[in-house]
Design a protein around this ligand. Structure first.
Ligand code: PRP
Ligand code: ZN
Ligand code: MG
Length: 210
């Protein structure tokens, strides 16, 4: 059969660990920063380097067979893909954060406020679960600067080390969802022999780390 394709993040929080996992599985490939596709020389696999936000749809549409992506991105896009394996890295929390000097005290204080986020669907559900009416401002990146620009009263974004919040004068306010990297596949791909083999290798790598 022809090579499987796995999509991983091109740059960002999950890139390095995704490459490391595949190398630890015994796969040999070039990891050029400039090329967007790389062939594995000792396994029927091609690696596509993509923006993380695009990976769920690529897998759903079958352009990639497999993908490594944060659970948060899967929840946001609501795609129909097969969940294969939790990968134990890229742990982070989607949080609502507010300026250090904000007078907001409890989550109900968000009523009538504006919240900037790249995760409008997850945030919408969180607000409705908590019966809060707030304005969601969808921004694709650099969400953390929006309160300082007067665009929002709060943000909802991924927090890992907390460094980005800190350097933008923000503090955590509420946890919305926790997330880590997961392996997904297009529906039915789990039946392929090469996928079974790759998953076995991934499981051994994860086990060795325990
Ligand atoms: C998240 C978030 C912040 C950063 C926070 O980005 O948007 O930029 O990580 O990490 P920290 O708490 O360690 O400072 P993500 O990795 O999801 O990438 P993207 O926003 O470029 O998709
Ligand atoms: Zn992203
Ligand atoms: Mg970001």
């Amino acid at each position: 059969m022809s090579s499987l394709k796995i999509a991983i993040q091109k740059s960002g929080r999950l890139n390095e660990k995704s490459v490391e996992l595949l190398k630890n599985c015994g796969l040999t490939f070039e990891n050029y920063k400039s090329s967007l596709i790389s062939s594995v020389s000792n396994f029927p696999l091609e690696i596509l380097f993509l923006r993380d936000d695009d990976i769920p749809e690529y897998v759903q549409d079958g352009i990639a067979d497999l993908g490594i992506v944060g659970e948060n991105v899967i929840s946001e896009t609501g795609v129909n893909v097969h969940f294969l394996q939790r990968l134990g890295f890229g742990k982070c929390t989607l949080k609502i954060a507010i300026p250090n000097e904000s007078e907001l005290v409890q989550i109900n204080d968000l009523e009538g406020r504006a919240i900037a986020t790249s995760y409008p669907n997850i945030l919408k559900k969180y607000l409705s679960d908590n019966q809060i009416n707030a304005t969601i401002r969808t921004i694709s990146g650099s969400v953390e600067i929006s309160p300082g620009l007067g665009l929002s009263d709060a943000i909802c974004d991924i927090v890992s080390t907390g460094g980005t919040l800190k350097s933008n004068g923000l503090k955590p306010f509420a946890d919305v969802m926790s997330s880590e990297a997961i392996l997904i596949g297009k529906n039915g791909i789990e039946e392929e022999e090469a996928v079974k083999e790759l998953m076995q290798r991934i499981q051994s790598v994860l086990k060795a780390k325990e």
